[in-house]
Design a protein around this ligand. Sequence first.
Ligand SMILES: C=C(O[C@@H]1C=C(C(=O)O)C=C[C@H]1O)C(=O)O
Length: 324
Amino acid sequence: MGLKDTIISTMNELGQKRKPFLFIVDFKGENAIIKPLDNLNNNEISFCFNGVSNTKDTLNISNFNIDCNVFPISFEQYKSQFDKVYQQIERGNTYLLNLTLKTPIKLTASLQDVYYTSKAKYKLYIKDKFVCFSPEIFVQIKNNTILSFPMKGTINANLPNAEQTLLNDSKEIAEHYTIVDLIRNDLNIVAKKVKVDRFRYVDKIESAKGAIFQTSSQISGKLSANWHNHIGDIFSKLLPAGSVTGSPKESTVNIIENTETYHRKYYTGIGGIYDGSSIDSAVLIRFIEKENDNYFYKSGGGITFSSDVKKEYEELLQKIYIPY
Ligand SMILES: C=C(O[C@@H]1C=C(C(=O)O)C=C[C@H]1O)C(=O)O
């Protein structure tokens, strides 16, 4: 839990100097890429966060017809992991756990082509490692206010009445309350006057496979004016992100480590930029990783007492898409 000391001190020092930087931190808080923005090679690292980018939109595209063939794990394989999580829920060790997997895919283009052609709020490309096109804001800091936007709740937008079905689903409502409580609690560690500004608003995400709806909330709190000097400490107290762990955070992270059969690495970590006066950051979900010459799509979803294993398996697969 939290960040390695050297990551904390590097972020603190850059903030103290008001030096703009990019930060990318893995799920365990053990590895990070932290680089001043004036020292970035955009062939090695490319980012576009809410329109702020070190690349031009259409540069370098060699292939516009990108698709991925998916080779999902079998339902039985998924169920055996789901059952392990469910046992832990029954024992009371967790009541919301985000179970994730890596699915082999065949890509008809390079990671860099995916970066340039996909459409998402937050895009990040690290040469030969991964591309991420995330819809989920982690934390923003502006005018001494810290804001977080946990996302929880997913439905196929092509189902009849999809948006209302998602909004009325009691399992999704319960899961969303849990995550909002967890993030309120996390923000209270670093901020004052924490409150929920918007509860369960709906985003629509388009892809070649069809659209999905996802629900998020906005929570905010007040930071002291000297927050720039403590950026590393602030992020260390908030990580890993609650929406991709579950609750209660510490015991849930232990169960994740003992249940998941692969390493998340930078998937479900965070990426962001500090521009000298504000911060914008994303949870690194919707994520394709390259390992040797093989590609994997990492995805997952929240499991609770009222989860249905078939629906969770479908959600995992539904989230394997490239948004256009
Ligand atoms: C972990 C993922 O998604 C997380 C789980 C969600 C859910 O359970 O509805 C929604 C967004 C993410 O915070 C993923 O997309 O890979």
